[in-house]
Every structure is written in structure tokens, then in C-alpha cells.
Design a protein around this ligand. Structure first.
Ligand code: ADP
Length: 467
């Protein structure tokens, strides 16, 4: 089966969050299962594109208010485990950043250039799999735009990685979409705006979310799309994300200070913890708690300063925070460095290597999220022998079970300062029960969250669509 994943992000080419991790891994695992799965994404001006060489496979031009030329590029030397196609639109997409202020035009151009290329391929795709709202107009254009008539019988799947962001824009830009029968314009609309995510839910053959629980939650809280998701529930399904267990393997991860397996977890984690604590002036003898992520409301980041402050007054833990986002939260967290020197420190920014070391060094990872479509951090933590402390939402509920309920992690019921602080209190008691804590570490490292079964679940879904 010839599958094309279309996405704004794909690790290691460009990653902002979990979307990049998923699109960088899923096709690799689908290829291992015997399919032909490729990725199409924008050509950004970043480290990856600057340090690789590419060959052109197609050139074209499209109109988006004015004409734009584009090339489809592929790697000269590819070791990714899937074919990669990059859409290079020099005047529109070639920026340092994945997302910016004129994303409506940027991602419309990306989608149009992608379809202009796909429609003329000799071997047509069997499945077009779109990820998030940046590619959400593709199912509409494939089924309605005259120029892509040849693709109208090709099944489309859309995966919602985050339903909060929908990419809406005003109807006065409708002329930017390649011509279609105007009586079908309603398929683009949601609440008087053109809404790419809503349009994808209406037009795609199947809609998936990145965990089963998130699919259920979206029917009641989807930033305005609840009714639509309930109406379309017959074609919706939740498939839990996996993790790339080749990249995220503490035994081989070359980002780490010392590699370790289950057998050597005690000494391996200790070496990483000692390095990190030295680097950030923290006490390595205390249990180390970590947060990694975007500092936004969805992640419960605004709760962190108070949760951390409540816990730090007891001087019985160390905390490391890696993230960036809301500037007032960044500022409040940064202040904790001065209030609790030697017990709290942070790195405000994005640092892939440091994230790997933190997963390895920490004893606990906190995730007081309000919304968590799947959450990959808790799965990386488990693989690295770090106990996740999570609010019971979305994919966190699907992947973490409380140690007091025959489980292995810590769950709290509600994204509140009280719940988050009490969860840390429970975690310290758990840590002090040394034998139980050590046994638990070995147990969590064995949990299999690799992509194998989820990649197969997507293939089964595609097969159900192929006539
Ligand atoms: P999101 O909602 O941000 O996509 P996920 O849990 O699905 O959340 O994925 C987050 C991914 O981004 C993980 O790989 C995590 O390690 C990474 N990440 C988040 N913030 C940072 C950061 N500041 N530095 C390095 N990696 C980060």
C-alpha cells in the first residue's frame, strides 16, 4: 500500500512537539510492516535542510493571489527509514520557524503544491494521511477541487493531534482555495469561518485521535467542534501513539551521559542525575522531579510555580524544569531559582539533548496537564525508568496507572495546585520506600509502548477504506 503522510512537522527534520515525533516514527514502523509509507512536509530553512543535500523530483507553479513557484525535493542520501518529500516554496515556506504569523497562506500553499504534485504521479497514492489543521483542507480539495478530480476516490485519513488549534480564517480568503463547485462551500465552514480542522472532520474518510480517551473527551470539549465530532462519531476512532523505541532507548541513546539497561538502571540513572545536578547546582541525594514541555495552559504550566513552591519549602526534593512559552509563567518559574537555590533550577528554551538527559536523570516527571491528547513525555519517562506523575486526562489516563491501584505511576484527579502538590508529597513517600521504588523502576522500563501495534492499527484502518 502506498501511503503519504502530510504534516507540518517531522522529527528529525523539524519538530516543535509531539506531532513531529509521531510523523517521524509512524511511517518507519509502517514500512517495517511491509507497506510503502512516505512523508511530505515543508522545506524550512533550518539545521537539517542546511546540512543535507537534496535532489528535485518535480517543479510547478500555483496561484495564491499571485503566482508561486515550487519544487518537490527528496534526500540524496536517506537513512530515515521512509521516503521524505519536501515542498520548497522559496517565497512562502522557507523560514527558520515552523509556525509564524501568515500560516494561512503558508500552509495553503503547502497543501496546494502537495496536491499539484500528487495528482500527476503515475502511481497514485492508496492513502493520503493528513495530520492536524495545517493539512486539514486536503480532504476537501481532493474531493471538491476540479484540479484534483483524479484524487477524489483516494481515501483520506485525518489525525487530530491537538483539537485546540483549528487554523480558522475569514471567508474573504476563500478565493485562495483552488476552484470548486461553490454549492459545496459549507464543507469548509464552521461558525462563519473557514475552519480547516472542521473541514477535515467533515470531508476525510476517517478521523483519528492520538488516544482513545481523547476521542471521548473531544465530544465534550473540542474548542467549539464538540457537536461536529459527536455527529461524525461513526467515522472517528482513537489510536494510541507509540514511541520510537530506537531513538528513545536508554541503552543506546547517545545523548546520555551514561547508557543503561534494566540491569544497570540504578548506576546509569545515578550517573545522569549526578551530571545534571552538578550542571544545574542541585542536590543529587534528593529525589529529582522534572517538567519538560511547552509552558501553556493546556499543560497546566501556570500551576507549576505554586506547586513547586509548596513542595520546595520542605527542602526534601530537587526540581529541574525544561520548557518555554507563556512569558509570565517563565518569569515566575525563573524566580524560584532565587527563592530555592540548590533545590530548583530551570532551562528556559528548547533543547532536545537536554530533554533526553532529564528523562534519564529524573526520578519523577510531572505532567499536571489540563488537556493531553496523548502525551509522549510520560511514555519516554517510563522507558527511561522515571515515574510519571500525571493528571487523569486524555492519553495520560490511557497510559498511566496509580501505584496504589496495582499500577506504577501517580495519578491525580484534577489540574489544581492542591492535587499537583499532594501528588508530589505521595511521590516522596513512594521514593522513600526504597525497595518498592527500585522494583517499580525495573517494571516500568519493561512496558512496551513501541509503535508496533499502533502502526498495525492504522494499517487495518486504511485497509477498511480501500475498495
Ligand atoms: P505537545 O503537546 O507539546 O506536542 P507531547 O507530549 O505530545 O506534547 O510531545 C512533546 C515532545 O516535545 C516530547 O518529545 C518532549 O520531550 C518535547 N519537548 C517539549 N518541550 C521541550 C523542550 N523545551 N526541550 C526539548 N524537548 C521538548
Amino acid at each position: 500500500m502506498n501511503i503519504f503522510h502530510i504534516s507540518a512537522e517531522c522529527y528529525p527534520i523539524a519538530k516543535v512537539g509531539g506531532l513531529g515525533d509521531v510523523v517521524g516514527a509512524l511511517p518507519k514502523y509502517q514500512n517495517k510492516l511491509g507497506e510503502t509509507s512516505s512523508v511530505i512536509m515543508p522545506f524550512y530553512n533550518n539545521k537539517f535542510t542546511q546540512s543535507h543535500t537534496f535532489k528535485r523530483v518535480f517543479s510547478g507553479r500555483f496561484n495564491l493571489g499571485r503566482p508561486f513557484g515550487f519544487d518537490i525535493l527528496t534526500l540524496e542520501d536517506n537513512t530515515l527509514g521512509y521516503d521524505l518529500y519536501l515542498v520548497h516554496i522559496p517565497d512562502l515556506l522557507y523560514t527558520e520557524y515552523v509556525y509564524s504569523s501568515n500560516d494561512t497562506e503558508r500552509f495553503l500553499g503547502f497543501q496546494i503544491a502537495t496536491l499539484d504534485w500528487l495528482v500527476q504521479l503515475k502511481e497514485q497514492p492508496n492513502i493520503v494521511h493528513c495530520h492536524d489543521h495545517h493539512t486539514g483542507l486536503i480532504p476537501f480539495m481532493m474531493s471538491q477541487s476540479y484540479a484534483y478530480h483524479k484524487l477524489r476516490t483516494t481515501p483520506t485519513v485525518v489525525t487530530i493531534h491537538n483539537g485546540q488549534y483549528q487554523g480558522w480564517f475569514s471567508h474573504n480568503k476563500i478565493h485562495l482555495i483552488p476552484p470548486f463547485d461553490f454549492s459545496k462551500a459549507g464543507l469548509l465552514d464552521w461558525k462563519h469561518l473557514i475552519n480547516p480542522l472542521a473541514s477535515a472532520i467533515k470531508c476525510a474518510w476517517k478521523v483519528t485521535t492520538v488516544s482513545p480517551n481523547y476521542m471521548e473527551e473531544l465530544k465534550y470539549a473540542a474548542n467549539g467542534l464538540e457537536d461536529l465530532l459527536r455527529y461524525e462519531s461513526g467515522k472517528c476512532v482513537g489510536i494510541l501513539n507509540g514511541i520510537d523505541d530506537k531513538i528513545w532507548d536508554p541503552a543506546t541513546d547517545d545523548n546520555l551521559i551514561q547508557n543503561y539497561s534494566i540491569k544497570t538502571s540504578a548506576s546509569g540513572k545515578k550517573a545522569n542525575k549526578q551530571w545534571l545536578c552538578k550542571e544545574f547546582n542541585l542536590n543529587p541525594e534528593l529525589p529529582l522531579f522534572a517538567f519538560i514541555g511547552r509552558l501553556v495552559g493546556e499543560k497546566g504550566a501556570d500551576l507549576l510555580p505554586e506547586i513547586f513552591n509548596n513542595s520546595l519549602v520542605h527542602k526534601n526534593l530537587s526540581i529541574i524544569m525544561l520548557g518555554s512559552g507563556d512569558s509570565s509563567v517563565e518569569h515566575q518559574l525563573d524566580q524560584l531559582k532565587y527563592q530555592h537555590p540548590g533545590y530548583y533550577n530551570n532551562y528556559i528554551g528548547y533543547n532536545e539533548r537536554l530533554a533526553h538527559i532529564v528523562y534519564a536523570a529524573a526520578d519523577f516527571l510531572v505532567m499536571p496537564s489540563r488537556v493531553e491528547p496523548c502525551g509522549l513525555n510520560q511514555m519516554y519517562a517510563l522507558r527511561y525508568g522515571t515515574v510519571p506523575i500525571v493528571n487523569k486526562v486524555g492519553g495520560l489516563k490511557d497510559t498511566v496507572r496509580d501505584f496504589d491501584d496495582n499500577g506504577f505511576g501517580i495519578l491525580h484527579d484534577g489540574a489544581t495546585v492542591h492535587e499537583g502538590s499532594f501528588a508530589i508529597f505521595r511521590a516522596i513517600n513512594f521514593y522513600n520506600d526504597t525497595d518498592r521504588f527500585k522494583k517499580n523502576r525495573n517494571l516500568i522500563m519493561k512496558i512496551d509502548h513501541s509503535w508496533d501495534s499502533s502502526a498495525q492499527a492504522y494499517i487495518n484502518l486504511y485497509n477498511s477504506l480501500i475498495l
